[in-house]
Design a protein around this ligand. Structure first.
Ligand SMILES: C[S@@+](CC[C@H](N)C(=O)[O-])C[C@H]1O[C@@H](n2cnc3c(N)ncnc32)[C@H](O)[C@@H]1O
Length: 192
């Protein structure tokens, strides 16, 4: 059960080097990436949404889980970060990278439906939360990480996390599992 020897996606090491060169300080970890790849692979011809592309590290896991008929939209509002992701994924017709405020994108696409949403930015997690859950198909996944205390949390952030977990636990349209693993993951499946 050693989970430290994870096979990395194509491009991962190169994206990581480019991310370090610009001092990108918010990458998701290998465990979260590996879980994303596994869940994405469970949805043949799936459609996926990532909120918070960063430099494309988690996107590389999502893309590696996808089959030829699958597609992913990945949103970030920082073009410097996205420039790195674009270098690796712009030639892949299954991948759409959008530079836009996540809340604005969520609110202007209320009819889209996804098999999995990885919410790795405030939009979709601490903002526009209800609207984001509406974007997930019944049977689809909502994945969040960084739910256990992290050194880079701003002061008082634990209250946001507690509120979000409480909100999730009170819903009757999902099933959830809290995992004290990686940076603290919550795996949610929509049931309605
Ligand atoms: C935790 S990082 C994403 C890390 C990335 N998923 C990875 O695995 O490397 C959060 C990202 O959210 C982006 N972000 C912050 N506020 C945003 C907003 N309002 N709309 C869109 N993206 C936002 C940041 O630019 C940052 O790249």
């Amino acid at each position: 059960m050693n989970d430290l020897q994870i096979s990395l996606p194509d491009n991962y090491a190169t994206i990581k080097t480019a991310s370090e060169a610009i001092h990108f300080s918010m990458p998701s970890d290998l465990q979260a990436g590996c879980l994303l790849r596994t869940l994405v692979a469970s949805k043949p011809a799936g459609s996926f949404l990532e909120l918070g592309t960063g430099t494309g590290l988690s996107l590389s896991w999502i893309v590696e889980g996808m089959d030829n008929d699958a597609s992913v939209i990945s949103i970030d509002n920082n073009e410097t970060y996205l420039a790195i992701a674009r270098k690796f994924f712009d030639n892949d017709k299954r991948v759409t990278i959008v530079c836009e405020d996540g809340n604005a994108w969520i609110r202007s696409n209320p009819y889209k439906q996804f098999d999995l949403v990885f919410a790795d930015a405030w939009p979709g997690k601490y903002e526009a939360f209800e609207e984001t859950l509406e974007l997930i198909k019944p049977g689809g996944f909502y994945i969040i990480d960084d739910m256990s205390p992290q050194p880079n949390w701003p002061a008082g952030h634990e209250l946001n996390v507690e509120r979000l977990v409480n909100e999730l636990e009170q819903r009757d349209d999902i099933r959830l599992t809290k995992m004290n693993w990686s940076t603290g993951l919550v795996i949610v499946t929509k049931i309605k």
